[in-house]
Design a binder for this molecule. Sequence first.
Ligand SMILES: [Ca+2]
Ligand SMILES: [Ca+2]
Ligand SMILES: [Ca+2]
Ligand SMILES: [Ca+2]
Length: 328
Amino acid sequence: MNQETNIPIPDAQVYLSSIAGQHEIECNQLGGFATQMLELATYEVYSGKWGYAESLDTINPVETTTKHFFISHQYKDDFILNNSWLVGGQPESGQWERTIPYPFDTESLAPSTDVSGDLGNKCWLTQNEIPWPGFEDLNGSTTLTSPPMDLSDMLNPVMEFSYWLMTDSEQETGGLETYLLDHNTGDQVLIENFTIPDTTWRSFLFYPEMHLEDLSNVSIHFNATDGGNDNLYEMGIDAFIVRENLVSTEVMDDIEVSIYPNPFDGELMIQNHERFETYVISNLYGQILKKGRIEAGKINASELISGVYFIQLKGEHELSLTQKVVKH
Ligand SMILES: [Ca+2]
Ligand SMILES: [Ca+2]
Ligand SMILES: [Ca+2]
Ligand SMILES: [Ca+2]
C-alpha cells in the first residue's frame, strides 16, 4: 500500500525470508499476494517497488489473515527486491548478478557481505563464485542500468550509491564507469570512472542537476570493464538512493540562515550563524575539500578555484544545513 495515499500498489515486489526458506514474489494487479505456500514460521517481509523505498515487516501465516504493508515514494534500492535493473553487455565472464555475496575470510580482497546498514543482504556483483578471486572474474564489459526515474519534482536531488572495486592490474585496463542517461534525448553523461582499487564498500554521491538539465526521465548506468584477459577485476554496487538535499536559505525555528555573498570571492559570511559550529566544503562529486570551525560567522575559502561548491554547516544535535555556492 502507498503510505501517503493508502492505495494498493500493483505489481509490488516482496521478498520473504525465514529459517524455513526464502520466496521472491510479485504482487498481483491489486497489490496482493497469497501466503498459502509459506511454512508455519515467522517471515521477514521486505516489500517495495521501483520508485518506492523498501520497508521491512514480519508476518506469521498462522496468526495473520490479512496484513497490509506500507511503502512510500522514493527512488531507493538496497537490492533485496527485484526492481528490474537491466543487465547488458556480453563479457566472457563476470556478468552483473544480484546476489548474496559468498562470505570470504580475506576481507582484504573483497567485502564478504553487502553494505551493512541497508535492508537485506543482496547487492550487485561481477559474478559471484566460489572459490574467489580468480574464478569468473570480469573479462570484457558488463552494464547495469536502473529503471527510469522522474526527479523533476525534486528541489535538489542527490544521487548516492556504494561500490567496491578490486584489481591486480597495474595497466588500468578496466574500471567502473558511472553515467547518467537522459532517455528523452539519448544523452549519456560520464559522472565518474572508478579505477583505483578499493576493497571495502565506499559511498559516492553526486548532484544530477549539475550534469543534465532535464531530470524527468533519467537512469543511472554502470559500465564495468576489463579490457585485458590476464587482469583480475571484480566490482560491486549496492545501496542506491536519491535524496533531497537542503538548499539555499533555510528557515529554522523562524530564523533565516543564509550564506553570502553568492557568488563569492574569498570570504563567506553566515547570517544567523550562532547555532552552527563547524563547516564542510565539498565539490559536486561529494569530495570534501575543506572543513573547519566557523569563526565569527565567517568562512575563508579564498584558496578554492572557480566553480560550484556545497557548504554544509553543522551544529549541535545533528543540526545541518547545506547550501550551494559559486566561487568567482
Ligand atoms: Ca544491499
Ligand atoms: Ca545489507
Ligand atoms: Ca566474479
Ligand atoms: Ca579479467
